[in-house]
Structures are given as C-alpha cells and as structure tokens.
Write a protein that binds this ligand. Structure first.
Ligand code: FAD
Length: 292
C-alpha cells in the first residue's frame, strides 16, 4: 500500500478526482504542516492526498479588496497576512495572530485555509478570523455557498465541510464607517514563544469612533473549549461604552462574561483551572492596549 498524490488544476477537475480517482481514504493537502506530521505519527500508508495548491480558481491564493471588505483565498499563506500592509492597518488582530503562529519557516507554507479546516481549538488565524466574524466561501458537492465562521466549526477537528467540502475563501468584513481607532490584537499564552500551540488565546477587535466609543466589538477565545468560540455577550457588553472610561468593575464583569464561554479540559499542556485563570487575566490586558 502506498500514498498517492493527485493534483487537480481547477474545481471541475477536483470534482472528477473525488468521483473517480480518490478512493475512500483521501485527504486534501495545502501547506501540509498539519497533514504531514499526522500521517507520519499515525504511520498511515494507504491514502490519497489531493493537493489543492494546483487549483487556479480566481483568487484562491490572493487577498483582494472588495466593496464589503477583504476577500482572502483559502490558499493564501499565513505569512502573506503579515506582509500585507492593508491587513496590518485594518485588522491588527489578524496580523498578530499570524505572527504568533509556529515559526517563520512554517508560516511560509501554512495556509489560512489549512488553519481553519484543521479545526483545532487552538488555531491562531482561525481565532482572529472568528473575532472579525469572517464569512467562509465553501464548495460542497451540492454547490457553492457562504457560511459565517460562527457556524463553520462543528466540533473538535470537525467543520461544516465534512469530508468532501472545500474552503475557497474567507471574507473579512469592512470596519464600521465611523471607526477611527482600533483596539485590535491577539494575546497568546503557551509554554514558549514560538513553535507552540496556544494554551489559551484571546482575539479582540474593537472599532471605536474618534472619541473612543466602541461601535462594534469582536471577541474570540481559543484553546479553552472544543472549538474556537465567539464571546458574543462579552462583545455586546462593551459596545456603546467608551474604551478610555471603562471602570474596574466593568472590566471584571467583561472578564466574567468571556469566561462564560470557556469550558476547558485538563491535558498535558495545562489544567482547566490554569486555562481559566489565564483567560481571566489576559482579558484585562485588552484594556491596557487601549491606552497605548
Ligand atoms: C511545529 C508546528 C507548529 C505549529 N504551530 C502552530 C501555531 O502556533 N498555531 C496554529 O494555529 N497552528 C500551528 N501549527 C499547525 C499548522 O501549521 C497550521 O494549522 C496551518 O495553518 C495549517 O495549514 P496547512 O496549509 O499546512 O494545512 P494542511 O496541513 O495542508 O491541512 C490541514 C487540514 O485542513 C484541510 N484543508 C486544508 N486546506 C483546505 C481547504 N481549502 N478546504 C478544505 N480542507 C482543507 C486538510 O485536508 C487537512 O485536514 C503548527 C504546526 C507545526 C507542525
């Protein structure tokens, strides 16, 4: 038994491969930084890898501006999110999350599609995209459709794509038209600074007007629940408040609301208690960022 690699060059060809050539045991591969270590670890020998990096569908490897914000193809490399100046300017949370992922070498090959589709509770780029309430353009056997990232993850390492669905693109909504100040960033706690998945992460994207009133808030947490979670009630609690005038009691209440979305497990990397304590503490860091 062997591992065969197929490389369709467009979506119709991919569909044909799925119908005829792939067999039962197949997986898509993009950068391979998740797939290849898994194959090696589980000593898998009978597998078809469908390499999707040959797909020349429009925009699959590009970040483009459009009327609703920015569209990033699923094949865009994590490193491209760091070097793209407009992403850094309008969505610091995404740039910081990308910067915190693994190492420079891995970021050159890892894709944003891979980070979402592997559906790890600790996916860094996925967590930032959750805070931004991105949309996901997907292709299923029944046709193409758009799904909110809030509905994309269905369980640990499970997504709405099932086995045969393909993520095509991610739509990052435009910031509020009155947004003049951003408090946007990604806080990641792990046992070391690089080459390490997070033990706890917090992605935040607060869009404020010129005086500091929070017009729109996005808060997402990683590695503390079976899937990355959007902390809606915590985000809504901040909306309408002035970021520079939030009182200590309100910060505490915000942190409690965020914690309400956490249901961490204890594992080799950290206990559930530790993850919750860390999450509570990093919630306060968000307000320190507002002063800078
Ligand atoms: C040493 C090391 C350190 C790491 N550190 C981090 C870290 O700090 N933070 C972090 O978030 N991740 C980390 N990772 C995980 C990994 O690098 C990222 O998740 C990366 O973004 C995966 O992208 P990829 O293109 O390599 O995915 P692949 O390995 O190619 O694919 C991952 C999964 O997604 C599926 N897939 C890929 N693209 C699509 C698509 N368009 N449609 C449908 N399914 C698709 C594949 O079938 C596979 O199941 C690390 C990995 C390693 C090896």
């Amino acid at each position: 038994m062997a591992i065969q690699v197929l490389r369709p060059s467009n979506l119709p060809e991919l569909k044909k491969v799925l119908r005829t050539g792939a067999g039962k045991n197949f997986r898509f591969i993009a950068g391979g930084t998740d797939v290849l270590p898994q194959i090696a670890k589980d000593d898998i020998r009978d597998l078809t890898l469908i390499d999707i990096t040959g797909i020349n569908s429009a925009g699959f490897f590009a970040v483009k501006r459009y009327s609703g914000g920015y569209k990033a193809g699923a094949g865009v490399k994590v490193d491209d999110l760091i070097t793209n100046k407009e992403i850094g300017l309008h969505y610091p949370v995404l740039k910081e999350a990308a910067l915190s992922l693994a190492s420079n070498q891995i970021r050159q090959v890892a894709t944003i599609g891979g980070n979402l589709c592997t559906a790890s509770p600790s996916g860094d780029v996925a967590c930032a995209l959750m805070a931004l309430e991105a949309g996901c353009g997907i292709s299923l056997p029944a046709g193409k459709k758009q799904v909110s990232i809030l509905k994309f993850f269905t369980g640990v390492r499970k997504t709405v794509l099932g086995k045969t669905g393909l993520l095509l693109s991610v739509d990052i909504p435009q910031n509020h038209n009155k947004s003049r100040q951003l408090v946007s960033g990604f806080i990641k706690v792990g046992s070391r600074r690089s080459m390490e998945c997070s033990v706890v992460s917090l992605a935040f994207h607060l869009q404020c007007d010129a005086k500091g009133t929070i017009l729109r808030a996005g808060i997402a947490i990683g590695a503390v629940a079976p899937t990355i979670r959007f902390a809606r009630s915590a985000a809504m609690y901040l909306e309408g408040k002035n970021i520079h005038e939030i009182r200590e009691m309100e910060k505490l209440e915000f942190a409690e609301k965020v914690l309400g979305y956490a249901s961490p497990i204890s594992d080799l990397r950290a206990s559930d208690w530790y993850r919750k304590e860390v999450l509570r503490n990093i919630c306060f860091e968000l307000f320190d960022r507002a002063g800078k």
